[in-house]
Design a protein. Sequence first.
Length: 223
Amino acid sequence: MYKIMVIEDDLTIAKAIKDHLCKWDYEVIYVTDFKNIIEQFIQFDPQIVLLDIMLPFYNGFYWCSEIRKISKVPVMFISSASDNMNIVMAMNMGGDDFIAKPFDLNVLTAKLGALIRRTYSLRGQVNIIEHNGVVLNLSDTTLTYKNQRIQLTKNDYKILQLLMESAGKVVSRDEIMCRLWESDNFIDDNTLTVNMTRLRKKLSEIGLENFITTKKGIGYMVE
């Protein structure tokens, strides 16, 4: 079941889209709080976003660029502002498709199906892990926090993925070493310490000084 997020100013249209797509076994939500769209995006973790251009507070171009900072999820613009300039702008801001309002819901469903086939048959699902506002993008190994984005090394990414997947639980040093080197044999324990120190320094540079906690004699955890 694919998850679709509808960001549409006219809630009557948004509800109609949801009701129709649910009949096709999509899981759909639509936004009602237009001040906190990214928070809702992270929490719902959709596979497709339907995005209007004319929205309260900030327009769809702005929100598309914000989504692109943390995700490669396909974005389909839905708008009555369908002149060539807006279509070009939508694509340039990171949109993947555009459908002009008014549209037939069956046509929308067909275009969604085509977009899903193009996207997920080629590169699998885009996904993120979020914890306390920290977003780990599993598709491009980046970490985002308060609009700051850092590129992670292979080991950084593996450590954070394991710790964030186990948030609230202590992960042993042996388990982390097995994830990093696929073996717990012949690995100098100090090697993990060096990797962890380097990662913590990188996190502190974006304001995450205490994101990873050491549990002495046991391992590490993200609380």
